[in-house]
Ligand binder design. Structure first.
Ligand code: GDP
Length: 326
């Protein structure tokens, strides 16, 4: 844990897998009261009667040391009796729900049906699983990502992502409900907190994980008002995504599949919100291009294989953030 007793807070905006890796690193060096993690909930959906929040669960299981590192999602030591039984009843089984994972979805659904907010439910689930750091949904309202494909179909996100394995070519994304969704109260509190020192945009998919968080009403204006550093870490290394469809999406949308493309995406949508960018050491040759863009960038190892990789990157992010003056 950080020895420095400074009264400061760090806010991390995260999707699922890529974001959770860095969040774990941050959680190892920051005391619980200093780290606030806001997760994308535009991937959330209702499936076989259950409220499922994939990104919240990936982060929660990761921080609880319960994540399934082989699959990259779900819980460790998972069993699949429920899914097998569901298949025997001729129900859809493309979205894999393990027996342990099922308990989370049932508890979440029951509590939401009883009138609790997603923020309250997340807090209670985290408490039960021993997660000490603050994990917050971006909103308590419903936001649903729809993928518009080049063939003219519009597909709910999880069907595109899991059932169709990201095969359809994308034309664009729509976040249904985003215009009226309010950022969750704890997210707003964190954005307004005088202790806030740095906003970290995790190495998550910019289109479907980070954009929904930033595009909610008032978020961008609040960030701009704060005049604090905002540092993003590239999820694209040597033109490739380490996992998932980010690079494929970039190509299909006509953007440059590279760390530069990620920075340009954020620049185009969010003007001068970004004040620093971290690229992988394999992309070091791009540093000059960032300087040309007027964006401070550093290169370091961003491939998080071991826990130490996660901690090292988290330390680098905090060091870089502390050197940026606005
Ligand atoms: P999802 O919601 O589960 O798709 O997860 P995220 O949006 O948080 O993360 C997906 C992105 O994480 C992908 O574009 C990956 O390239 C990126 N990613 C995964 N692992 C790593 C890593 O170790 N380092 C970096 N820099 N990016 C990563």
């Amino acid at each position: 844990m950080e020895k420095n007793l400074d009264n400061v807070e760090y806010l991390a905006l995260s999707g699922g897998v890529g974001g959770a890796k860095l969040v774990l690193g941050l959680s190892q060096i920051l005391a619980p009261e200093k780290l606030i993690v806001v997760a994308n909930t535009a991937d959330d959906f209702k499936h076989i009667g259950l409220n499922i929040s994939p990104d919240l669960d990936t982060i929660m299981y990761t921080l609880a040391n319960l994540n399934n590192s082989e699959l990259g999602w779900g819980q460790t030591k998972e069993t699949w009796q429920f899914l097998d039984a569901l298949g025997r009843l001729d129900q859809e089984t493309w979205f894999k729900i393990g027996d342990r994972d099922l308990a989370t979805h049932i508890v979440r659904t029951t509590k939401l049906d009883n009138g609790e907010t997603l923020s309250q439910v997340t807090k209670e689930l985290c408490f039960s699983l021993g997660v000490k750091h603050q994990l917050i949904p971006m909103t308590n309202d419903k936001v649903a990502t729809v993928v518009h494909t080049k063939s003219g179909q519009s597909i709910p996100f999880q069907q595109y992502f899991v059932r169709d394995r990201c095969v359809p070519k994308v034309r664009g994304f729509e976040f249904q409900g985003i215009a009226t969704a309010a950022p969750s109260p704890s997210f707003l509190k964190s954005l307004e907190s005088p202790k806030l020192r740095l906003i970290i945009i995790c190495p998550s998919n910019p289109y479907v994980s980070i954009d929904p968080i930033l595009r909610m009403r008032g978020v961008l204006d609040l960030i701009a008002e704060r005049r604090i550093p905002v540092v993003a870490i590239s999820p694209i290394i040597s033109g490739q995504a380490l996992k998932g469809p980010a690079a494929k999406m970039m190509e299909e949308l006509g953007e440059l599949a590279s760390a530069i493309g990620i920075a340009k995406h954020y620049r185009t949508l969010y003007r001068d919100m970004l004040t620093g960018f971290i690229i992988d050491e394999k992309d070091r040759r791009l540093e000059a291009d960032f300087t040309e863009m007027g964006l401070r960038a550093i290169a370091t190892n961003t491939v998080m294989v071991t826990l130490q990789d996660r901690i090292n990157l988290a330390q680098e992010v905090l060091r870089f953030g502390s050197r940026i003056t606005i």
